[in-house]
Design a protein around this ligand. Structure first.
Ligand code: MN
Ligand code: MN
Length: 469
């Protein structure tokens, strides 16, 4: 007891008021050090896994090293078995079989591994005034002006006319050339600066600068484009038409770095949602002999509404669970209906420079732990899976009992905007689900910021969820 005795109201407040505070004020040094150590691993993983395809490759590599084998519907599995299943190279599921019967349900966590970016169009390369550029179509919600004058890299896959494919990754290695989208100099931007912010840079102005040197020939046209294609042909054996059957993404070329004098934060491209994908992946890899069968879903296409056969609006995850159930001789519907899930996605962190759209009593703050978001959506919770009080209560108890620092989150003030996650697609399957993830500053920009403590608490949250008895 301090020299001063607590007043009656102070004692009563301690009992009744929320006791949430900055996690740094609650954690001991060993846990803070553990957070920083995990984030070193996270940063180096992120540098190797900047796109969904790369993330799948790295996840499979880590899974195989941890004893996971590829799922086969004909095989019989038993408790402790570890399996993975890749969907078209762009999504992956990892499962570890529990000791309880599968019909007790699965402990499922789902994060997405796609992030906003500039996708190349199918006829991307053109020359204008002896400069070579690539046409793009942005992927996901972006403030377009943020994507100019940023060093960019090109990642992806090209399928050639003969059916063979080649992976592309330029701009990441030391000494690699990089690319960029240009912007108009301020001296000549009088008209541009009068455009509304959404159109300061228009979609068709997001053209990536890729060359200016012509093929050496006194005659002929499009010689800069020709020289660029010659280089691409030498390096990858591709022609202009091969770009039709390609998925190439222009993404920021920066590496993940520490932010702040205190190194308490991480700055990197694509942390929405790879910060949750990585911590979820690490949580399942660190899970041994669970009671419930655990499933970590790392999905694609969330940023464009989970559409397509690698997104969670498709049936691929349900088919996997049905096949797994079949191999156990039980009904997949029983398994799915008993399943409980965390939709592992980021939320907006309070930004002191832009306080207006946040209700500080309900939004999340850096360093207050992993965010538990009951509902997302927009215009009156539209498009949201609103978790039940019972399921929020269960998750809250689980985290409190296991030392997970957590806070509530919402995606901004009422009618300030909004958005959704994959929670709704899991809920559609009759699964109890809630959003749990890391708060992010500058979300959907080329350089997103997270807190190391929050990242670590996301890992811990997924781990205790998988470890439930
Ligand atoms: Mn997300
Ligand atoms: Mn997003």
């Amino acid at each position: 007891m301090d020299s001063k005795e607590k007043t009656r109201s102070e004692l009563m407040k301690e009992k009744l008021f929320s006791q949430k505070k900055n996690a740094y004020l609650k954690l001991d040094d060993s846990e803070i050090n553990a957070s920083y150590a995990l984030c070193e691993e996270y940063k180096s993983f992120l540098d190797k896994a900047k796109t969904e395809r790369e993330f799948v490759k790295e996840a499979v590599k880590a899974a195989r090293e941890a004893g996971y084998t590829e799922f086969s519907a004909d095989k019989k599995y038993s408790a402790g078995d570890k399996i993975y299943c890749v969907n078209r190279g762009k999504a992956v599921m990892l499962a570890i079989i529990g000791t309880r019967p599968l019909t007790d349900g699965i402990r499922l966590a789902a994060a997405h591994i796609d992030s906003p970016r500039l996708d190349l169009k199918q006829h991307p390369l053109y020359e204008d005034k002896e400069i070579a550029l690539l046409k793009t179509h942005y992927y996901g919600g972006i403030k377009k002006y943020q994507w100019t004058t940023v060093p960019m890299a090109l990642h992806g896959t090209v399928v050639k006319a003969d059916g063979s494919s080649v992976d592309v990754n330029i701009g990441e290695d030391e000494g690699d050339p990089q690319f960029c989208v240009t912007d108009l100099l301020i001296h000549l931007a009088d008209e541009q600066m009068k455009r509304p912010a959404a159109k300061v840079v228009k979609g068709e102005e997001l053209n990536v600068l890729v060359g200016s040197r012509p093929f050496k020939d006194d005659k002929g046209s499009q010689l800069v484009k020709l020289y660029t294609l010659q280089l691409l042909n030498e390096k990858y054996g591709i022609t202009e038409d091969d770009l039709i059957s390609a998925e190439l993404e222009a993404i920021p070329a920066c590496k993940a770095v520490d932010i702040g004098f205190d190194r308490s934060m991480i700055g990197a491209y694509g942390q929405d949602d790879k910060v949750c994908a990585y911590t979820e992946l690490k949580a399942i890899l660190d899970t041994a002999s669970p009671a419930y069968t655990c499933l970590a879903v790392l999905t694609d296409k969330e940023e464009i509404g989970s559409m397509g056969n690698t997104g969670l609006e498709s049936e691929y995850m349900r088919y996997f669970i049905m096949r797994l159930a079949k191999s156990f001789g039980c009904d997949g519907i029983d398994v799915i209906s008993a399943t409980q899930a965390l939709s592992a996605d980021v939320n907006a962190a309070f930004d002191p420079s832009f306080p207006e759209p946040m209700d500080i009593n309900n939004g999340c703050q850096l360093n207050y732990g992993v965010a538990v978001t009951k509902y997302t959506g927009a215009r009156g919770k539209s498009g949201s899976s609103d978790a039940s009080a019972e399921f929020v209560g269960k998750v809250r108890r689980l985290f409190d009992e296991n030392g997970v620092e957590w806070q509530t989150g919402e995606l901004g003030k009422v009618d300030a905007g909004g958005g959704g996650t994959v929670a709704q697609y899991l809920a559609n399957l009759d699964i109890d689900v809630i959003d749990v993830g890391v708060p992010v500053l500058s979300m959907h920009s080329p350089f997103e910021v997270t807190s190391k403590i929050d990242t670590y608490m996301a890992y811990k949250a997924f781990k205790v969820f998988f470890a439930e008895k």
